[in-house]
Design a protein around this ligand. Structure first.
Ligand SMILES: [Zn+2]
Length: 196
């Protein structure tokens, strides 16, 4: 993204103290040093809105290519709803049920059918959630034209293609973004307890 906008996003991350260092297990099961605590941003709706404005600006050049924005529960919904409002798009979300993502609300399925859709998540790590969402949209008869997120921390060797405010390389300038399979985690080997 434009460098001045990237600086604005970095400033929001720092102001909200959203970058936490320790020993974390992500939803994917991987371990790493850094947790991006989006809740520290969401606590402040004005900062959240600024991030939504940045993401809307990044998507503005392709706004004529899609009709609907879709998000997975929970964090993605908070940012995607604002982006949809800013761009004048319809908005649907998938909910969590017993740990699985489902998209079975009749009105949402009807909205997706035959529509071009952008999927928005807050953070992409392995891409599992946003890929599951894309599959659900395809099943509903929608067509995913783009994926987008605030923070794409997928590692370059297994990069998930998505528009982001900050990608792995940009985040790595701020903090150590290394992740490992649990079996290979040096923090586990050093018997450092997991942070919540
Ligand atoms: Zn570990």
């Amino acid at each position: 993204m434009h460098s001045s906008d990237a600086e604005k996003v970095v400033a929001i991350l720092k102001a909200s103290e959203a970058l936490r260092s320790g020993h974390y297990q992500y939803r994917s099961g991987h371990h790493g040093f850094t947790y991006i605590d989006k809740n520290n941003i969401y606590i402040n709706p004005a900062l959240t809105e600024q991030l939504a404005e940045c993401l809307a600006a990044v998507l503005a050049p392709i706004t004529n290519k899609f009709d609907v924005i879709a998000a997975p529960a929970i964090g993605g919904i908070i940012i995607a709803q604002s982006v949809a409002r800013l761009l004048g798009k319809k908005f649907v979300f998938a909910k969590k049920d017993n740990g699985s993502l489902i998209l079975d609300q009749i009105g949402f399925v009807d909205t997706l059918s035959g529509s071009n859709v952008v999927c928005i998540e807050d953070t992409i790590t392995t891409g599992r959630t946003i890929h599951t969402l894309a599959d659900l949209i395809n099943t509903s008869g929608g067509y995913v034209v783009e994926k987008a997120c605030l923070f794409n921390r997928s590692i370059p060797s297994q990069a998930v293609a998505a528009i982001s405010l900050l990608d792995f390389d940009e985040l790595s300038k701020l903090t150590d973004m290394s992740i490992w399979q649990q079996n290979d985690c040096p923090l586990c080997k050093a018997e450092i307890p997991l942070d919540n």
